[in-house]
Design a binder for this molecule. Structure first.
Ligand code: KIV
Length: 308
């Protein structure tokens, strides 16, 4: 298997992204591109596409593991995926999503868990959900030398408090609270903030008022960058499709028809063919059969696969 960069590898030869290179992009007014990835091959593909940052999102609970929400993921489960992604991606900034209850209960525990994403998971930064109440936690993690991305608006780990996956900040009071959260996270030292499922005007205003990049998902076009869940854009998750997700491929269909073609070939004895099979030198085969006290059939008499 070749490990050389492909001609179509947009990241080949380019330096690895850091929080500073993303800041420089932001300051130049260039949109920051972020996608999720959860394993080695998807990380390789997204990285080769030249996407600036890869989020190992806890959305993997739903789109990879088929769980109804993200609440049961553990740090160990996230690290399992983070390690695979870090083996596949060479250039993108890698952000590990801190799962439910890995940072909410205790600041020291939050710092230790964040550290594991870098030390064990090969990540460059972590993301955590929540605004003003998490200022002390963000400060402590940043003080430990770990870049933190904030995440406000629809925060799926608070699903039970929010009453479902709903758009946030649609009243004057909640819009003001989200602006305050964004300013508090900036003050705490976040290098960027994800704005999920908020009205586009509010996302634009927050983006204008903070001086760190905002990364939108369901937040309209006026944020500093965009993030989407990979399985949503690939057509690999069909339980539901959020309004904000644009499909760029139908890989679920592609996988299904490939699996159907394979099963058809096996049933029709047209797979495996000669080109997929291994041989043994004739004299070795004869000697093997002799050792069994048998005489071998002539090569022409080898059993052929039954057709149809
Ligand atoms: O878990 C995730 O994939 C996320 C993105 C939706 C931002 O948090």
């Amino acid at each position: 298997m070749s490990t050389r960069p492909q001609e179509s590898d947009a990241s080949a030869g380019k330096p690895k992204h850091t929080v500073l290179s993303l800041k420089a992009k932001y300051e130049r007014g260039e949109p920051i591109t972020v996608l999720t990835a959860y394993d080695y091959p998807t990380a390789q593909a997204v990285d080769a596409a030249g996407v600036d940052a890869i989020l190992v999102g806890d959305s993997l609970a739903m789109v990879v593991l088929g769980l109804p929400n993200t609440l049961s993921l553990t740090v160990d489960a996230m690290l399992h995926h983070a390690k695979a992604v870090s083996r596949g991606a060479k250039r993108a900034l890698l952000i590990g999503d801190m799962p439910f209850m890995s940072y909410q209960a205790d600041t020291a525990e939050a710092v230790r868990n964040a550290g594991r994403f870098l030390a064990e998971g090969g990540m460059d930064a972590v993301k955590l959900e929540g605004g003003t109440p998490y200022v002390a936690t963000v400060k402590a993690i940043v003080r430990a030398g770990i870049p933190v991305q904030g995440h406000i608006g629809l925060t799926p780990q608070s699903l039970n408090l929010l009453g479902g996956f709903r758009v946030q900040g649609r009243t004057a009071a909640t819009a003001k609270a989200l602006l305050d959260d964004a300013l508090a996270l900036e003050g705490a030292g976040c290098f960027s903030i994800v704005l999920e499922s908020v009205p586009e005007r509010l996302a634009a205003l927050i983006t204008e008022r903070v001086s760190i990049p905002t990364i939108g998902i369901g937040a309209g076009p006026h944020t500093s960058g965009q993030v989407l869940v990979l399985h949503d854009i690939l057509g690999l998750f069909s339980t539901f499709t959020p309004k904000f997700a644009k499909r760029y491929a139908e890989l679920g269909e592609t996988i299904r028809s490939a699996a159907e073609a394979y099963a058809r070939d096996v049933r029709a004895h047209t797979f495996p063919g000669q080109e997929h099979s291994y041989s043994i030198p004739a004299e070795e085969w004869q000697s093997f059969l002799s050792s069994l006290g048998e005489r071998g059939p002539k090569p022409a008499a080898l059993p052929r696969p039954r057709r149809g």
